[in-house]
Design a protein around this ligand. Structure first.
Ligand code: FUB
Length: 334
């Protein structure tokens, strides 16, 4: 009875500021709250950033003063294979206070998907629309579109944008995964993807059609597993990617988006608690961040129950990147 009264009091007080305080969802030293429209506010207490669910394959997008985080969602059991049915969206303005939005996109939203597996994805903004490139475990890469970063999203073309048929140097069924997208300073958009081989192609300005031949990245020392991510810094192109297995993150640099790329070394070591290690690299409010997943969740983290972490990324004076230090403290506060 006492407990019920306390809960009612908490609800009344919290509703007046727009959120219902969820007492039994408290993270240690942090608070969480659910709003009537399904938004979920929480504070991170370091790494992993998100502890109320398992999240993987982070892709960050900075829009004005907000960092939007698009993730996959591990729903399986510890070390028992991947179960991933939907994707998640989170936002923050300070890396400490986060909002999660109602599920914006499910793999079942793509009628052509036969795998039921919501693999890695990345979203980008163009002309006020948000394009979310998603992958499945073999049915191909799709693109969803929304008017707002938090969605709701819908399949933009009703068919895959890329299939295994485009992966001309691959024979395995999961070659067309892990899309990474960038809009270059000249306005040209590019899609990179792959497993075992790293493919790329230009996109039309409508962001929903390929605009040229599919090509493949190659350079000396390129041991590419999956998870390409392209970013630009001081006029140089950086291609980071998961290498080997268990995965570490390595990277290469180039003066042009199509290369030639030069291998620059390991950026993030094998996590040890997760076989995969999928990264996103962004500048936010003047600092650079390395956003990745590992299996460090203290309650059941593993290769199939992964969690997103954020740490700082630093450049050397010559433009190469310093090796990332994975921390428990994380990158917040700014
Ligand atoms: O999360 C599913 C798959 O595992 C991703 O597509 C890969 O990059 C790896 O993280």
């Amino acid at each position: 009875m006492k407990k019920a009264l306390r809960l009612i009091t908490v609800c009344i007080v919290s509703c007046s500021v727009g959120f219902i305080y969820a007492e039994d969802q408290k993270q240690s030293g942090t608070s969480q709250a659910v709003s009537p429209d399904g938004r979920f506010a929480f504070q991170s207490a370091g790494n992993p950033v998100i502890t109320h669910k398992f999240t993987a394959d982070p892709a960050a997008l900075v829009v004005n003063d907000t960092l939007w985080l698009f993730t996959g969602h591990d729903e399986g059991k510890k070390n028992q294979g991947l179960i991933m049915k939907d994707w998640c969206v989170f936002s923050t303005t300070d890396l400490k206070n986060w909002t999660e939005y109602p599920v914006p996109l499910k793999v079942s939203d793509f009628s052509w998907d036969k795998t039921g597996r919501a693999y890695a994805a990345q979203a980008i903004e163009r002309n006020g629309k948000y394009y979310w490139y998603i992958s499945t475990d073999g049915s191909g890469i799709g693109v969803a579109v929304a008017d707002r970063p938090e969605g709701p999203y819908k399949d933009a073309i009703g068919k895959p944008l890329i299939t295994n048929d485009d992966c001309f140097a691959s024979t395995h069924y999961w070659a067309s995964i892990d899309p990474a997208v960038i809009i270059d300073d000249d306005g040209r958009a590019w899609l990179f993807w792959g497993n075992g081989q790293c493919y790329y192609a230009p996109l039309k300005a409508n962001m929903t059609e390929i605009d040229g031949p599919v090509k493949k990245i190659d350079f000396e020392g390129f041991d590419f597993t999956e998870a390409p991510w392209i970013h630009k810094h001081n006029g140089k192109y950086y291609l980071s990617y998961a290498s080997g297995y268990p995965e570490r993150i390595a990277y290469a640099m180039a003066d042009n988006i199509e290369g030639p790329y030069e291998y620059k070394g390991i950026l993030n070591e094998i996590a040890g608690n997760s076989d995969t290690n999928h990264q996103s690299i962004v500048e936010f409010k003047g600092n650079w961040y390395f956003i990745y997943h590992n299996g460090s969740h203290q309650k059941g983290g593993s290769s199939s129950t992964r969690s997103v972490c954020i740490d700082r990324l630093y450049y050397n004076p010559d433009g190469t990147m310093k090796r990332v230090v994975m921390t428990s403290e994380g990158a917040a506060p700014l």
